[in-house]
Ligand binder design. Structure first.
Ligand code: BT5
Length: 269
């Protein structure tokens, strides 16, 4: 027997209460990150939030793709300009966004997530949401586009990879994307405002308690092609992942992390 078709109502902007944000909904867009970056280069100021009902060429990191059927996901990009935060601390943006997604998903859908450094939101070991932060130069100075994709009513057959999941598949108590959007904007604003006020500090302990990478044995593919095996031990002041391979510690600014099975709690001393 075929599973029933999921119900996928349109977003209802009228009921989104998002102080400080100018929210726009596009029926279709290749990529909300590309759209917001273009607006920023043309002079748009921080506070723009763009949601696409259907994203047709969603982007992941390193030219990878982000695939979502119409109205099955929340795909949104936010324009921010944290001028008061030193550039070295900007790598905290995807991490703080992960904290906001995790909190919004818990509140709206009742689903518990964990964060995999740097940009994955997981239920167990499956990815329910991804984050892509891109720096953009505007006439008024540097800004960042914060892109978030959350799988909401996506069915198993529609998910592009076996390692993905969606809120409905994880037993969500609500799959209302409008509520999720409102909550996500509120949680992001709370975290972001606190971070800017603290000049880019103050998130390490909240992040550490939400991040399932810490304490795990990991394999990390580095941007230069190198791969390393180590234990993830910390996140430093600049949002870098600190790993220990038994000989030395290294702080990584970028990379693809795989949580190695059975790598439970063996933190080196
Ligand atoms: C990410 O990249 O996880 C960042 C995803 C960001 C998407 C948002 S949606 C709004 C905004 N506009 C955009 O154009 N992008 C942002 P990465 O860590 O590189 O993961 C990409 C990989 O995740 C792909 O290579 C697939 O293996 C997998 N993947 C693709 N679509 C997925 C999905 N819907 N759910 C889970 N995994 C997916």
């Amino acid at each position: 027997m075929q599973p029933p078709e999921p119900s996928r109502p349109a977003l209802d902007l009228g009921s989104v209460d998002a102080p400080g944000w100018r929210v726009e909904v596009l029926e279709e867009s290749p990529s909300t990150n590309a759209y917001v970056a273009e607006q920023a280069r043309a002079g748009e100021s921080a506070g723009l939030a763009v949601v696409a009902e259907h994203q047709t060429a969603g982007r992941g990191r390193l030219d990878r793709v982000w695939v979502t059927p119409p109205r099955a996901a929340l795909t949104v990009s936010l324009l921010v300009s944290p001028e008061r935060v030193p550039l070295a601390r900007w790598p905290w943006l995807p991490l703080l966004t992960g904290l906001a997604v995790r909190e919004a998903v818990r509140r709206t859908a009742g689903v518990e997530c964990a964060l995999k450094w740097p940009n994955d939101v997981l239920v167990g070991e499956r990815k329910v949401a991804g984050i892509l932060v891109e720096r953009v130069e505007r006439p008024a100075g540097a800004a960042a586009v914060v892109g978030i994709g959350v799988n909401v009513t996506t069915t198993r057959d529609e998910l592009p990879v076996d390692t993905a999941t969606s809120l409905v598949l994880e037993g969500a108590t609500s799959v209302d994307r409008t509520r999720l959007l409102g909550d996500l904007l509120a949680q992001f604003t709370r975290r972001y405002d606190g971070w800017v006020a603290a000049a880019g500090e103050g998130l390490r302990s909240s992040y550490a308690s939400a991040c399932s990478t810490l304490g795990r044995r990991v394999r990390v593919a580095l941007p230069a092609g190198e791969s390393l095996h180590a234990v993830a031990v910390d996140v430093d002041d600049d949002g870098r992942l600190v790993v220990d391979d038994g000989h030395r510690r290294r702080a990584l600014g970028a990379g693809d992390v795989v949580h190695v099975r059975g790598g439970g709690t063996d933190r080196p001393a």
